[in-house]
Design a protein around this ligand. Structure first.
Ligand code: ZN
Length: 151
């Protein structure tokens, strides 16, 4: 991994954990899901407001490790204003960069801030912490369940 990405990763995780974005209850959400990562004990409640296929607003509450909180915070910033299809595409990219598969097929420029989270690859035990919010988002958009677990 590039040293710059690892440094930036630590900086971004620190910042978003200390000051999470969109960390609030959303009263008028039309999707809500509880996400749980039993390996680490991370819990989040994700609120999404979808209108005509567009994610108009997204927020979360919960308690978890620095990585799960920072990842959820970053995710809410990144997907807000995107369509459900675009969010799914971002999830796919995110999954690839955090698991290190098809590395060279991912254009780091395209995914912007998400690239920072590829830093989690240096800590394989924490990948589920980083993906919890994304799995929750996916389940919320599919509207299939009220809870999601990484296990
Ligand atoms: Zn965790």
């Amino acid at each position: 991994m590039l040293d710059q990405i690892r440094d930036l990763y630590q900086e971004v995780v620190f910042d978003h954990n200390r000051n999470p974005r969109n960390f609030r209850v959303m009263e008028d959400a039309n999707r809500k899901i509880e996400g749980f990562n039993p390996l680490c004990g991370d819990k989040i409640t994700l609120y999404v407001k979808v209108n005509a296929g567009v994610i108009e607003d997204v927020s979360f509450q919960g308690s978890g490790c620095a990585i799960s909180t920072a990842s959820a915070s970053l995710m809410t910033e990144i997907v807000k204003g995107h369509t459900e299809d675009e969010a799914q595409h971002l999830f796919d990219l995110f999954h690839r960069i955090t698991t290190g598969k098809n590395d060279d097929a991912v254009n780091l420029e395209e995914i912007g801030k998400l690239a920072v989270l590829s830093g989690v690859r240096a800590y394989p035990a924490r990948v589920k912490c980083a993906t919890l919010a994304w799995h929750s988002l996916q389940a919320a958009l599919k509207n299939e369940a009220d809870t999601v677990s990484t296990e």
